[in-house]
Design a protein around this ligand. Sequence first.
Ligand code: ACM
Length: 643
Amino acid sequence: MNQHKGLRNNFISFIMKNLFLFSFFIMGLFPGENIAQIRDISIIPEPVHIVNGKGEFILDKQTVIIAPLDDTALNQLAHMFVQWLAPATGFDLKIKSEARSSEKQVRLALNGSLRDVKDGEGYALEVTTRSITLTARHAGGIFYGLQTLRQLLPSAVEKKMVQSASWIIPAVRITDYPRFGWRGLLLDVSRHFFSKAFVKTYIDQMARYKYNVLHWHLTDDQGWRIEIKAFPKLTEVGAWRVPRMGQWWTYDQPRKDEEATDGGFYTQEDIKEIVAYARERNIAVLPEIDVPGHSLAAIAAYPYLSATGYIYPVNPGSKFYNILDNTLNPADERVYEFLDKVFEEVAALFPNEYIHIGGDECTKTFWRKSAEVQAFMQQKGIKNENELQSYFIKRVETILKKKGKKLIGWDEILEGGLAPEATVMSWRGMTGGIEAAKQGHKVVMTPAQKAYLDLYQGDPALEPDTYSMLRLKTSYQWNPVPDSVNPSLVLGGQGNLWTESVPTGRHAEYMTWPRGLALAEVFWSPEAKQNWTHFQQKLEPHFNRLEAAEINYSRAAFDILADVKRDEKNKLFVSLSTDIDDLKIYYTFNNTNPDSFSNEYNGQPVEIPEGIYQLRAVAFKNNIAVGKILIINREDLEKRAKK
Ligand code: ACM
């Protein structure tokens, strides 16, 4: 008896002690929404609706992919899926139109009346122990369902060599669709040229995170990158500049007779190939031909295009703005004839309903100085240069309309009056977007402060040289729909990778990820599903995935950022922070590397002692250093305080 009682008491006390753990066990028996993390499911962007099931599907070499014979798009996607899995699994999975119910299967199917997935890009995915069923209304939804499925597999699936992993996919039911129909990344291929192979690589990376617009910045002062058959010099001359190393905007001007050997361009065949490649991955390519400013490369090829008519070489990254005339001449009919022919070829190459015409940062200096331009304004009754810019953009809109295309441009196209049907891409904050929407125009939000991927993502003492600052958390905690705006006018948003300081594809990746992960979730997931705490938990699994896929990315979110201020008594204070929560920061002023026995930063500004040589600081998690050591010399701390 006593022994039994003792056993029961022990059992009760065991249960009481483990009630907390026990509750997780109970939650496991009754799966629900909140336990995605327990099952280690880590999907970016976060799906709309996710319910855990029991058990798991194990993908093996007998698994068959089922796609209806008569559906070319689904068969193509099935092949793509098999190809993604092949290198790491070593499997050559069979694609069939039917399978026995006893066979393990991944079934792809279209269902035009599927509910709860909104329109075009939504999907429903159900994983049980025996089968995986992926349904969507359109092929685009199947493509995104496959991306989600890929993320449910262990990250080793991304490796390029055969792995001895167990290919477990947790049982789960997901219904998912995007918040916005426009989820873009801009790649600037003018400031630095990127090979066709890299552009495809970048498209692949975008597709993993459900981006659907590649904004391809094809022309600028530093290079014209698209073959235009009517104007061969655009690429013979405009695609090449003199080689320079060092810091952008400080390069020497081209010297006389120096050969322009740096650059490149895409032939029209290259472009067709990239457009088709993107389309297979549910990505529309948006070409940008940036006019009337940012046109020095075109002017280098055809000097008659500017009002000044000077002959310049393509800019290699040296200072020239307001010094050399990089603007097209809005008073010359030959310019509109040129644009008509250029856009004729561009329109034929890109199926996108939009063409981006730039319109940003057009200096008016040279229009003001030109007698021809001033006479033209008088003759037309155009009161100022902003109105002249508006006149120019409206003429470009007419040209595009003739070619069956819609105009989109940077928010400067508001100045002097918007063209009647223009869509505005807001980059100088969201103000331009708000104003355009107030006038009833559609907008795409890409404010520099939230979405410019060329900015520093960590402390300048630790990061490759660039300008300004955009931390991961800032990108994540952004709502592209301001309160004052009719949400139906906001088509979506975009991250922009300008490449003045991005000379290689590897560095383009470093600047894009993980801020591109944050923006993917901002653009796809419902606001209610966006959660910074959860997003941070998903980072490490996605870093593993990127690493396995040999995609470069930045860990700057774990590094320290130092902010220095002077108080009214002229004393220097430093504040230290990391993007990632719950890290401990340790610092020293005595020229030693901090560890978890050094001074712990307590969240308040610390006075910098007189006469020190350096600040050193590093972040720790669970007593392990997780970021780079930040080292700043005293004079640099003082310089920061002056800013
Ligand atoms: C821009 O950044 N000039 C659009």
